[in-house]
Ligand binder design. Structure first.
Ligand SMILES: [Zn+2]
Length: 243
């Protein structure tokens, strides 16, 4: 995606998934859906795990990194601790081919963008602009040299009360169309964040987690299927780093 080449983003759909430390079996359920649709997607990686091999084997997929700066902001010193540079470098050891990045909880600053650029990353997707706002989205080149990629829909915001949080317009619209999902919300078919909170004790146990699945009302998995239906016949799904 290049800002000055509208054909690389205008009217295209960008599907991305933040792994958020989900177990492989939970991630695999999402990969199955995306591979069945045969569309391109970007996967933001949080940890080293065998399923990365499966993601890398699909040439439609791109792997980016999903650094967690929250322990730094909270002055913590856990497994994700250390300087921001250490957090990024640790993930780049796992995903050395990464060109794209989205921070966990969308943590961003001009210092972080400079850091990303210095490590060879080129595309940053840390700007959520609610689709219902009606803003026509397009990428831009910021002063750090990073290409910034806004997106208009994210699963956990859809599941939360708040202005514009529930909108998902699948009608063709001008500009860049970006959607962000999390495997755990697809696995649970989350329709309300209270379901996710209630399932929290079983996050590491996929079979127990399956017992929390929503089958009653439309949820995140249903939303993904609608987006995939739109993305595949039009062949408009795209990755971040390649037009
Ligand atoms: Zn995250």
């Amino acid at each position: 995606m290049q800002p000055d080449r509208p054909e690389s983003w205008d009217g295209r759909i960008f599907l991305s998934f933040d792994l958020d430390w989900a177990p492989d079996a939970v991630i695999a359920a999402t990969v199955d859906l995306v591979e069945e649709a045969g569309v391109a997607a970007t996967w933001f990686v949080t940890h080293d795990t065998p399923i990365l091999r499966r993601l890398r084997a699909n040439l439609r997929f791109e792997l980016g990194i999903h650094p967690n700066f929250l322990p730094l902001l909270m002055q913590g010193n856990g497994a994700n601790g250390g300087s921001a540079g250490e957090v990024v470098d640790r993930l780049l050891e796992i995903v050395p081919e990464a060109k794209s990045v989205r921070s966990h909880s969308l943590v961003q600053s001009c210092r972080l963008s400079d850091l990303f650029r210095s490590r060879g990353l080129t595309h940053e997707a840390n700007n959520f602009i609610p689709e219902a706002d009606g803003t026509v989205l397009q990428p831009w080149l910021d002063t750090s040299g990073m290409i910034r990629i806004p997106y208009g829909w994210q699963d956990n915001f859809w599941c939360s009360p708040g202005p514009a949080s529930g909108a998902i317009s699948l009608a063709p619209r001008p500009g860049l169309r970006g959607y962000t999902f999390h495997p755990v919300h697809i696995f649970l078919n989350t329709e309300d964040m209270s379901r996710y909170e209630a399932a929290r004790p079983d996050f590491r146990d996929p079979s127990a987690l399956a017992g929390h699945r929503n089958a009653a009302v439309p949820g995140v998995a249903d939303m993904l299927e609608r987006v995939l239906d739109l993305a595949s016949p039009e062949a408009v799904a795209a990755r971040f780093k390649v037009a």
